[in-house]
Design a binder for this molecule. Structure first.
Ligand code: SAH
Length: 218
């Protein structure tokens, strides 16, 4: 006899407990995760695993981040509801959606047209009105819309993301995975208001690389 499957509500409650026990404790952040249906961001094949605390494949050989990492990065950004945020690496749009629930405006850049278009469809379905998307090389940031209060990079930068840091407000915060290998360091840069930064290493992470230029394939 097979066990009856857990309802999505039960699965989500379990996920939230898991995140809390790992240190994602801020109520606003947990609330944004709880109100975001992760199953609409995953591929059909992986829908049943949408509530697992793991990264999953999406189109174009990319991944939707692990909920714990999404929660941790969002919490690390210390978002204020008036903030304008720049996100590099739209991917599925899952992280974008969480950010959009906590901030005034989210600008998000993706180097695959397909991913950008699919994510836009999800933002529309969810009724999000404060997300602005762009097809481009996120390594260059979005100079026309700078400076930003917060910047989140969801692909691994090989070294200090200088162009992005230059688009951050003097007391802004940037969170990014930094490193060239398969394991990177999640680093937080907090502007000191005088042109310098406090730099903190938060945790080891595994992200797909931040690549130069836009993708030629769809
Ligand atoms: N935040 C996403 C995770 C996406 S994975 C989510 O929640 O689903 C990282 C994404 O960064 C991929 O979609 C990849 O195509 C994108 N990426 C990598 N290099 C980039 C660049 N230079 N500019 C813009 N996007 C980039």
């Amino acid at each position: 006899m097979s066990e009856p499957a857990d309802t999505p509500e039960t699965q989500m409650a379990r996920l939230i407990l898991a995140l809390r026990s790992q240190g994602v404790t801020e109520a606003k952040v947990l609330g944004a995760i709880e109100s975001t249906p992760r199953q609409i961001f995953t591929q059909e094949l992986f829908k049943e695993r949408a509530f697992e605390d793991s990264a999953l494949p999406i189109a174009c050989g990319q991944t939707i981040s692990q909920p714990f990492i999404v929660g941790l990065m969002t919490q690390a950004l210390k978002i204020d509801k008036r903030d304008r945020i720049l996100e590099i690496g739209t991917g599925s749009g899952y992280q974008t959606t969480i950010l959009s629930k906590l901030a005034r405006l989210v600008y998000t850049v993706e180097r695959y047209r397909t991913l950008k278009q699919e994510a836009e469809g999800r933002f529309k379905d969810l009724g999000l009105t404060n997300v602005i998307t762009k097809f481009g090389d996120g390594g260059e940031g979005w100079p026309e819309q700078a400076p930003f209060d917060r910047i989140m990079v969801t692909a691994a930068a090989p070294g200090e993301p200088k162009a992005l840091l230059s688009q951050l407000k003097p007391t802004g915060i940037l969170v990014a995975p930094i490193g060239k290998g398969p394991v990177q360091t999640l680093r937080r840069y907090t502007g000191d208001g005088k042109g310098g930064y406090e730099i903190e290493d938060l945790i080891d992470v595994r992200f797909v690389p931040l690549l130069d230029g836009v993708a030629r394939e769809l």
